[in-house]
Design a protein around this ligand. Structure first.
Ligand code: ADP
Ligand code: ASP
Ligand code: MG
Length: 455
């Protein structure tokens, strides 16, 4: 039987008409039945700026951004020779964008709810354009298939945690079976939006920045796909971000667990949650470049042949270290419970943690500081210190916690760079530590040179 393939194309792959046609060509060659797209490059940032500008500044300021976003899409529409129905669809989306921005401007209030609907327009506009690109490619290749625009909100049911909504897996699966399995008949390619979803009562939500990878994985799970493809601007997952180390090497094959750690600890190439649905349903994930589809790319699978000690490294920027201490806890119990309860009440997730008898240090994203109540609540029973401008460096590989001499190798390689905190032992796939943000790039470069380039 034919394989069911879900292919996701990121923002740069949607950059202009040529990028869209190139991406559509890739989807055609792969014979994908669901194509998930991001907003065109830069549009999500512009929509966020539009929301903030409309809230804080005059309508004139907001209009500049509106025009910028509209013009970018109109240029692509013109280059793709958009058909009248899709042109009308695009105009409706422009009208919706303007009405939303006007509402925000009049109320001088941009709630998370409003922001999510505003941001959803990025993916909704690009998917209209990409449907046209897909149909052009299908026609040029004399395919009998047709591309259809599919509103992902009809199947991607989420909770109402606006800006970081969580998919309701069982509902998504039921809705996909009901509304999206038509793609398996081989007559249609569904072109749909990443990043967005809908609550049970019809409100538009987003899954968090970079969430289109996650959307594609959820849909792959929902329609029981055989393969999930993530097409981006690099030819697969590399040993580290090629922007930091130009000598980063492509990885041919990597396990689900290592990739999950890599994504969670800062490798932007995949949204951290992407691997969850793939792992649940054991769907192999391919990561490749839509600009160079022939390049080898990376396969992410449950089982892989090689298990190197150090496979890759990543950095998670904008971290803070919160140290919570109280002498009252000497030889007492319940301290960790108290602390975790506060984090749980505030729905804040901790990345790395170290403890001593009377203190606990945790790393958090610096955006957590906006929640002043969290620090206030912790301060009710302990002394709280916050250190800012830190970066979490992670080495990802295998058997990390059982390899003698590894710590020595790591610290020899980074030399005089100060390490603020170390986290080792919980995972055999990850060794991570904190450094000052301004030394993070240098740290990765030294580690990459030592463990990968000169190995
Ligand atoms: P898209 O818009 O396609 O989702 P992203 O910008 O979100 O693309 O992710 C791709 C980027 O991820 C690459 O351009 C690269 O700079 C960055 N990146 C970070 N770490 C890695 C890594 N280990 N391997 C490959 N790319 C990485
Ligand atoms: N467009 C969204 C963003 O820029 C989602 C994505 O591209 O994955 O964050
Ligand atoms: Mg991305």
């Amino acid at each position: 039987m034919k394989q069911v393939i879900v292919s996701k194309f990121g923002g740069t792959s949607m950059g202009d008409a040529q990028c869209m046609l190139r991406s559509a060509e890739v989807a055609f060659k792969q014979d994908s039945c669901v194509v998930v797209v991001s907003a065109t490059s830069g549009t999500t940032n512009d929509l966020i700026a539009l929301g903030k500008t409309a809230e804080k500044q005059s309508w004139k300021e907001a209009e500049i951004l509106l025009t910028k976003i509209r013009d970018r899409h109109l240029k692509i529409a013109e280059d793709l020779k958009l058909n009248p129905t899709s042109s009308a669809e695009l105009r409706n989306l422009f009208d919706e964008m303007e009405s939303l921005a006007k509402g925000i401007n009049l109320l001088k209030d941009c709630s998370v709810k409003a922001m999510d609907t505003l941001q959803s327009l990025g993916e909704r506009m690009s998917s209209v354009l990409c449907t046209e690109a897909m149909n052009t490619v299908l026609r040029n290749n004399k395919s009998s298939k047709q591309a259809v625009l599919f509103d992902v909100r009809d199947v991607l049911r989420t909770d109402d945690a606006f800006s970081k909504a969580r998919p309701i897996t069982a509902e998504v699966e039921r809705l996909c079976t009901e509304k999206l399995s038509f793609v398996k008949q081989g007559k249609h390619v569904a072109v749909t939006q990443g990043f967005i979803g809908k609550t049970a009562d019809g409100m538009t939500t987003t899954l968090g920045r970079g969430g289109s990878d996650y959307s594609a994985a959820i849909l792959a799970e929902g329609i029981h796909a055989d393969i999930l493809e993530i097409w981006t601007d690099v030819a697969g997952i590399a040993t580290t971000d090629p922007r930091i180390c130009p000598k980063a090497k492509p990885i041919a094959e990597i396990s689900f667990t290592e990739t999950s750690e890599l994504a969670t600890f800062g490798a932007k190439v995949l949204h951290p949650a992407t691997l969850l649905p793939a792992m649940r349903k054991n769907i192999p994930v391919f990561v490749g470049s839509s600009f160079d589809a022939e390049a080898r790319g990376t396969w992410v699978r449950r089982e892989v042949k090689d298990h190197p000690l150090i496979r890759a490294m990543a950095m998670r920027k904008k971290q803070i270290l919160v140290t919570i201490s109280t002498p009252e806890m000497l030889h007492a119990h319940g301290f960790l419970f108290q602390i975790f309860k506060v984090f749980n009440d505030h729905k804040v997730s901790i990345d790395a943690i170290t403890t001593s008898e009377i203190s606990v240090s945790v790393t958090l994203d610096d955006s957590t500081l906006m929640n002043t109540k969290l620090i206030e609540d912790l301060s009710k029973f302990a002394d709280v210190q916050v250190e800012e401008n830190l970066c979490l460096i992670s080495l990802i590989g295998n058997n990390i916690n059982h390899t003698a001499g590894l710590a020595k190798q790591i610290f020899d390689k980074i030399g005089n760079i100060n390490v603020r905190m170390i986290c080792l032992g919980a995972s055999k796939h990850n060794f991570c530590f904190l450094v000052n943000e301004d030394q993070a790039v240098e740290t990765i470069q030294r580690l990459h040179a030592g463990f990968i380039e000169n190995h």
